[in-house]
Design a protein around this ligand. Structure first.
Ligand code: E4P
Length: 229
């Protein structure tokens, strides 16, 4: 499963892109509204940092406006995927934008029937919001499972969104989602395990108990030609 970062923060993408695990990013109007600065510059910078598909969302209510905004957003950077909220107008806009070769992430999808319509309209990604389903006591994993099954064989990719904790990411992967978009806070939570930290401390202490090993490794590193090209 590919990991996108769900954020409007350039600083957060700068930090996490360095881990080497990001394939793309998603923004939305709420995330961008929290940030200072020009939204176009923020979106462009995120595109450059993740060097992969980056969703930027339209806010118009009607299809014609969505298409105009979508074309303009797509002009910001070659990595832009236009994010279109689910509705009948959103479906029409998705059909138009994708027929022009502009990739679309159809967002706010909460059911298999909506997902089928999004896929038929040509959406590149179909974003199913797990956290918001759990918030209203609907089993998000069950819905994602049905959506993954319903879209089997379609070109559209199921994108697990609204992830609130690491278990959502693991569930999405196990259910066969090809992509999940994960907030920075959750990505940081995915790093940690007390046994990993404890293990690193132990390895370090044991190595330091043999100072001559440290000298040997330094000499090995200094004499190494690998990577010097
Ligand atoms: C998806 O692309 C959305 O930006 C996002 O995942 C929404 O998450 P939320 O429900 O935590 O706002």
């Amino acid at each position: 499963m590919k990991l996108f970062i769900d954020t409007g923060s350039v600083a957060e993408v700068e930090e996490i892109a360095g881990w080497g695990v990001l394939s793309g990013a998603t923004t939305n109007p709420s995330l961008l509204a929290k940030e200072a600065g020009d939204p176009g510059e923020i979106i462009r910078r995120i595109c450059e940092l993740v060097d992969g598909p980056t969703s930027a969302e339209v806010v118009a209510e009607h299809a014609a406006g969505m298409v105009r905004e979508g074309r303009a957003l797509a002009g910001l950077h070659r990595h832009i995927t236009v994010k279109v909220p689910f509705s009948s107008d959103g479906l029409a806009a998705t059909r138009e934008l994708t027929s022009e070769g502009i990739p679309v992430n159809m967002t706010l999808v909460f059911s298999p029937s909506q997902a089928l319509l999004a896929a038929e309209a040509g959406a590149t990604y179909v974003s199913c919001f797990m956290g918001r389903l759990d918030d209203i006591s609907v089993d998000s994993a069950a819905v994602v499972r049905e959506i993954v099954e319903a879209l089997e064989g379609c070109e559209s990719q199921v994108l697990a969104a609204s992830l609130r904790h690491p278990e959502h990411a693991v569930a999405a992967a196990r259910l066969g989602c090809p992509v999940a978009t994960v907030p920075g806070t959750v990505l940081r939570q995915m790093l940690g395990h007390p046994l990993t930290e404890k293990g690193i401390e132990r390895f370090s202490a044991d190595w330091k108990s043999r100072p001559e090993f440290g000298d040997w490794l330094r000499e090995l590193v200094d004499g190494s030609t690998v990577g010097a090209r």
